[in-house]
Design a protein around this ligand. Structure first.
Ligand SMILES: Cc1cc2nc3c(=O)[nH]c(=O)nc-3n(C[C@H](O)[C@H](O)[C@H](O)COP(=O)(O)OP(=O)(O)OC[C@H]3O[C@@H](n4cnc5c(N)ncnc54)[C@H](O)[C@@H]3O)c2cc1C
Length: 461
C-alpha cells in the first residue's frame, strides 16, 4: 500500500468497532497512523483524575493489542493538539486527518485545528460516534436547546432510529512513526498503589465492555425495575466503558433494542432513557461548556455556600460522616472507582444541602475518584442534585439519607458491606444533625430566593 498516510486521532473513542473515523481512514486505502495524544494543555481540556488515568492506561494497552492483531499500531504522543497534530502531519507526510467529534469546550481546539489543516490544502474530517443525537440537532419548537429531560428525550425518540453500528475493520495497514512508551506516562498509581479495588471490579477495554453488555442484557436487565437498590447488581456498570468509548452508544442501543427475553424487554425503554440522560447531559454541556464551573441557573451565584475545614470535608470524602448510607457510598467510590446512582444522589445531597458545601467541591472529588468521571454527566448530575442545574430537583427537596436507606437498603446489606463497623463504638457519631442541617439549608435558600424576588420586584415597572 502506498500514498500519503491518513491519521486517525482517537480521543474518547478507544475502540476499533463502530469507529467511523477509523473506518473512513481504512476505507481510503492508504497507510494509517492511529494516534492517541495525552493532551493536558489545550484550551478546554480538563486533565484526567486519578481513577480515569488508571482506566486510560489499561484501555490503551488493550487497544494497542487489538490494533496490532489487525496489522495496525497505536502511536502515543504527549502534548497540545494544536502543536502535536501539525508536527505529526509534517513528519509522516499525511494528507488527511480523521477524528470523532467531542462536544465540550475542547471542540474549539478541534475546530481551529480543522480550519488550519484544510487551509493547508489537506483533508480534515470529523464524525458522529459518541452520541446517538448530536446536541445541535435536537431543538425545541422555538429552535433553542432543551432544559428539561422529558420533552428532550421525546424529541429524540421522534427522530429516525440511530444508525446500525459499523463492523470493525478486518485489516489495518498501520504505520507507527514512533512515540512514547505507555509506562512513561505514569498513569498508574505506585506510591501508594490504591488501585486494588479497581482491578478487582473492572476489565477496561472493548472486550470487557462487550462482556458487560451481554451479561447485562441476558441476566440483569430483567431486574432493572429494581435498579434503585444499591446492593443488587441490576444496572449495567457500562458507564466507564461508555465514557472512554470502548463501546459506542450505537452498539448498546442496537443490542438492547432487539432480541431480549420477555422479562428483560419490559425494562428496555427505561434503560434506554438512562442512556438518554447521558445524551441530555451532553446537550446541556454543548450549550454550556462551563457546566463544571458555573451554575446553570445564575440565581445560585448568590448562594452562601459554607467553606468547611479540610478535615471536615475529609470525613465526607473518606466515608466517616457518621451517616451509614453516605459512608457506604463514599467507601464504595474510593475502593472501586464507582458508586451506585441512587447513592451518588444521596451523598451529593448530603454534601450540598446538609453540609451546604458548594457542588463544585463534590464534583471535583468525583472527577478524581470515579472511573466514569465524565465532563457532561458529572457536572450535570451535581448541578441537578444541588438544584442549580437543568431539570433540577428543587433545592428544597432534601434527601433524607435515613429514609432513603430504609427504602432502598431495608436490610442494611449495602451499608454492612461497605461499613462493617456500623453499630459499634468504632463508628463515628453523625457529623451534623440531619434535621437541623436540613432546616439551615432551607433557610439559606429562602433568603437567596427572597432577595432575588425583591430585586425582580424593584426592576419591574
Ligand atoms: C452526583 C452524580 C454524579 C454523577 N457523575 C457521573 C459521571 O461522572 N459519569 C457518568 O457516566 N455518570 C454519572 N452520574 C450518573 C449515573 O450515576 C451513572 O451514569 C450510573 O450510576 C452508571 O452506572 P451504570 O452504568 O450501571 O448505569 P445504568 O443504569 O446501567 O445506565 C446505563 C448508562 O446510562 C448512562 N446514565 C445512567 N444514568 C445517568 C444519569 N443520571 N446521567 C447521565 N448518564 C446516565 C450511563 O452512561 C450509564 O452507563 C452521576 C450521577 C450523580 C447523581
Amino acid at each position: 500500500m502506498s500514498g500519503a498516510p491518513s491519521i486517525v486521532w482517537l480521543r474518547d473513542d478507544l475502540r476499533v468497532a463502530d469507529n467511523p473515523a477509523l473506518a473512513a481512514a481504512v476505507e481510503r486505502g492508504r497507510p494509517v497512523v492511529v494516534l492517541y495524544l495525552l493532551d493536558e494543555e489545550s484550551a478546554g481540556v480538563r486533565p484526567l483524575g486519578g481513577a480515569s488515568r488508571w482506566w486510560l492506561h489499561h484501555s490503551l494497552e488493550r487497544l494497542g493489542e487489538e490494533l496490532a492483531g489487525l496489522g495496525g499500531a497505536l502511536t502515543l504522543r504527549r502534548g497540545a493538539a494544536e502543536r502535536s497534530i501539525p508536527s505529526l502531519i509534517e513528519e509522516t507526510g499525511a494528507d488527511a486527518v480523521y477524528w470523532n467529534r467531542r462536544y465540550g469546550a475542547a471542540r474549539q481546539t478541534d475546530a481551529a485545528l480543522k480550519s488550519r489543516v484544510i487551509d493547508d490544502g489537506l483533508e480534515a474530517t470529523s464524525f458522529q460516534a459518541s452520541l446517538l443525537f448530536e446536541p445541535w440537532t435536537i431543538t425545541t419548537g422555538a429552535g433553542g436547546p432543551y432544559g428539561v429531560f422529558t420533552p428532550y428525550w421525546k424529541a429524540c425518540m421522534n427522530r429516525a432510529e440511530p444508525r446500525e453500528p459499523l463492523p470493525a475493520p478486518t485489516r489495518i495497514e498501520g504505520i507507527a512513526p514512533g512515540g512514547d512508551a505507555l509506562a512513561d506516562w505514569t498513569l498508574l498509581p505506585t506510591r501508594p498503589d490504591w488501585a486494588e479495588g479497581l482491578r478487582e471490579t473492572w476489565t477496561p477495554g472493548s472486550a470487557g465492555a462487550h462482556d458487560r453488555l451481554e451479561e447485562f442484557a441476558e441476566e440483569m436487565l430483567a431486574d432493572y425495575h429494581r435498579r434503585d437498590e444499591p446492593d443488587l447488581r441490576a444496572t449495567s456498570m457500562l458507564s466507564p466503558h461508555l465514557r472512554f468509548g470502548e463501546i459506542s452508544p450505537f452498539e448498546v442501543w442496537h443490542r438492547i433494542r432487539y432480541g431480549l427475553s420477555a422479562a428483560a424487554a419490559k425494562n428496555r425503554d427505561k434503560f434506554l432513557s438512562e442512556i438518554g440522560w447521558r445524551e441530555f447531559s451532553y446537550h446541556i454541556l454543548f450549550h454550556h461548556p462551563d457546566l463544571a464551573t458555573r451554575n446553570y441557573r445564575a440565581d445560585f451565584d448568590a448562594f452562601p455556600w459554607t467553606t468547611p475545614e479540610d478535615a471536615e470535608l475529609d470525613r465526607w470524602r473518606r466515608g466517616r460522616t457518621g451517616i451509614p448510607i453516605v459512608d457506604a457510598g463514599m467507601r464504595q467510590l474510593w475502593r472501586t472507582g464507582w458508586m451506585h446512582n441512587r447513592v451518588r444522589m444521596i451523598t451529593a445531597s448530603f454534601l450540598t444541602k446538609n453540609l451546604q458545601v458548594d457542588w463544585r467541591t463534590g464534583e471535583e472529588w468525583f472527577w478524581d475518584t470515579l472511573v466514569d468521571a465524565d465532563e457532561a454527566s458529572n457536572a450535570a448530575s451535581w448541578q441537578w442534585v444541588a438544584g442549580s442545574g437543568a431539570d433540577a430537583a428543587p433545592y428544597f427537596r432534601v434527601f433524607n439519607p435515613e429514609l432513603q436507606a430504609k427504602k432502598f437498603d431495608p436490610r442494611g446489606e449495602y451499608v454492612h458491606r461497605w461499613v462493617p463497623e456500623v453499630g459499634t463504638d468504632e463508628y463515628p457519631e453523625p457529623m451534623v444533625d440531619l434535621r437541623e442541617s436540613r432546616q439551615a439549608a432551607l433557610d439559606a435558600y429562602e433568603a437567596v430566593s427572597a432577595a432575588r424576588s425583591s430585586r425582580r420586584a424593584a426592576r419591574s415597572p
